[in-house]
Design a protein around this ligand. Sequence first.
Ligand SMILES: *[C@@H]1O[C@H](CO)[C@@H](O)[C@H](O)[C@H]1NC(C)=O
Ligand SMILES: *[C@@H]1O[C@H](CO)[C@@H](O)[C@H](O)[C@H]1NC(C)=O
Ligand SMILES: *[C@@H]1O[C@H](CO)[C@@H](O)[C@H](O)[C@H]1NC(C)=O
Length: 312
Amino acid sequence: MACHMFLLLLCISLLYLPIYSSAKSDRLNDKPIIGVLAQEVYSPKPNQTAYIAASYVKFLESAGARVVPVMINRTLEEYKKLFNSINGILYPGGGVSIVSSGYEKAAKIFYELAIEANNRGDYFPVWGTCLGFEQLTYLTSGKAVLSYTNTSGVALPLSFTNEAKDSRMFKGFPAQLIKALASEPLTENSHKWSLGVLTYNTNEELRKFYKVLSTNTDGNVEFVSTVEAHEYPIYGTQWHPEKNAFEWRQPYIPHSPSAIKTTFYMAEFFVSEARKNFHKFESEEEESRALIYNYNPVYTGTKSSFEQIYFF
Ligand SMILES: *[C@@H]1O[C@H](CO)[C@@H](O)[C@H](O)[C@H]1NC(C)=O
Ligand SMILES: *[C@@H]1O[C@H](CO)[C@@H](O)[C@H](O)[C@H]1NC(C)=O
Ligand SMILES: *[C@@H]1O[C@H](CO)[C@@H](O)[C@H](O)[C@H]1NC(C)=O
């Protein structure tokens, strides 16, 4: 009897072991491909109606991902197909409407597809930087909740909350870098609109959805500067992790060794999230046609705040 029991247990454990370990998702995707959302250019020209600043592309490439541009004004069907081909998406900073723009429409579709996929156990990470973070607050709360802050062009240290220590985002950071982030102005802010801490505290949708990992102040209004969703691999920074290593036009962008490490640890974190997704293109040809390598960035540093831009 005891012997039978042992065999039965052995059988069960043999049966369950492979299923259990794949459910734990210790398998990783070594070839992650991440979508970067384009947005309308401010003054369109022939062949220049939308753009992506190259620093977002370099940011992801620096951590071992390849990038696919996500064009605006495409159909739901095209976006669904692309969603099932890529392993994560990044909403960059910029200057378009978070209520009504091609950027907003695409961001909303991918956000909803991501929520639905994650609910099914299909791990799909979403990252919003600056405008992208503001877009996430709008998508999650269903309304415009931002307040004016005097933060257009300033580097700040992060005021970490107690939740930062055990956060998915920061728990793998070296203690020394966390110390530097908390004490040196390593995070570049270029925004006039922010999610006030007071607004967050009194907005149930946002509180239920996001954990605040850091805050900042313009001396007047305290605002949320880093979030991660409680139950979803959805992340936002009001500041610009990609600029430290890749943008040089503004004097307030920090380039110290700790500032550069900040870029790479943030990139490494998001790409490590994308490695947990296994979407892929239907064929290698389709993948090749979609990659950003099909486009050439233009040197724009002499007339823009970005060194290089991809125009579409
Ligand atoms: C726009 O792109 C098309 C196709 O690549 C090219 O033939 C045309 O010369 C471009 N026009 C301008 C104004 O650059
Ligand atoms: C997107 O579509 C809108 C109208 O639906 C149009 O005004 C805009 O020029 C388009 N932008 C691009 C980049 O295709
Ligand atoms: C805005 O902040 C800057 C410092 O970043 C400061 O010099 C300036 O006086 C502030 N402006 C207002 C209106 O508070």
